[in-house]
Design a protein around this ligand. Structure first.
Ligand code: GTP
Ligand code: MG
Length: 202
């Protein structure tokens, strides 16, 4: 699937104020600094669409981007950022969870994992909670350019093995580099297929 046009629509702290829930929507979530906003820019081919930063804690609201007037990409704040106050973290967590658990047009969530790190409890717990709540998600490994291809493959295999110890079924996984523009097509293809299903179900 190709992306012709991508534009910023709005930012909200409350899911109830987000755009009318009539188009299929896909959200990017993961630890702060994992590369959520960069990946949105890579997928849309627009370098400055979502704001990125070397400092964690950049994205602080629910950001909607409308793609080709037919579907939304949503950039969310990260979880697990130790440097913001507990009050602030709790506020973000509530905002994210209210959105994830209640947004009726959210078709699939993409959980981003930095491919350089071995499985972290905070991510595994986050994914378990999604699973228990019946929220479908895929995993996207980011920053693949930071390792050699063989190392990337080893990291992904080790992660899958860890997941297989915990769950019966492993979600689809994707490997990306926003830096090198790698891994775009399989993700857009998955979204394209979901979009068709959403259309049929209407
Ligand atoms: P928060 O909004 O703070 O939660 O962060 P985020 O997950 O949106 O991360 P963001 O996209 O802002 O990227 C964080 C840093 O990682 C930036 O310095 C990016 O340039 C860098 N980065 C993101 N993706 C990649 C990648 O694929 N490769 C490399 N080398 N750097 C990346
Ligand atoms: Mg961000």
């Amino acid at each position: 699937m190709k992306v012709q046009e991508a534009r910023y629509v709005m930012s909200n702290s409350d899911y109830l104020k987000c755009p009318q829930p009539i188009l299929p929507e896909y959200a990017f979530i993961g630890r702060s600094n994992v590369g959520k906003s960069s990946l949105i820019n890579m997928l849309t081919g627009k370098k400055a669409l979502a704001k990125t930063s070397q400092q964690p804690g950049k994205t602080q609201l629910i950001n909607h981007f409308l793609i080709d007037d037919t579907w939304y990409l949503v950039d969310l704040p990260g979880y697990g950022y130790a440097k913001v106050s507990k009050v602030e973290r709790d506020k973000w967590e509530k905002m994210i969870n209210d959105y994830l658990y209640n947004r009726e047009n959210l078709v699939c969530t993409f959980v981003l994992i930095d491919v350089r790190h071995s499985a972290m409890a905070v991510d595994l717990e986050f994914m378990s909670t999604l699973g228990e709540a019946g929220i479908p998600f895929h995993i996207i490994f980011t920053k693949a350019d930071k390792l050699k291809p063989g190392q990337v493959a080893n990291q992904v295999e080790a992660y899958k093995k860890k997941l297989a110890e915990l769950w019966e079924e492993i979600p689809p996984v994707f490997v990306t580099s926003a830096e090198k523009n790698d891994g775009r097509e399989p993700i857009l293809q998955a979204i394209g297929t979901y979009n068709q299903t959403f259309e049929k179900a209407k």
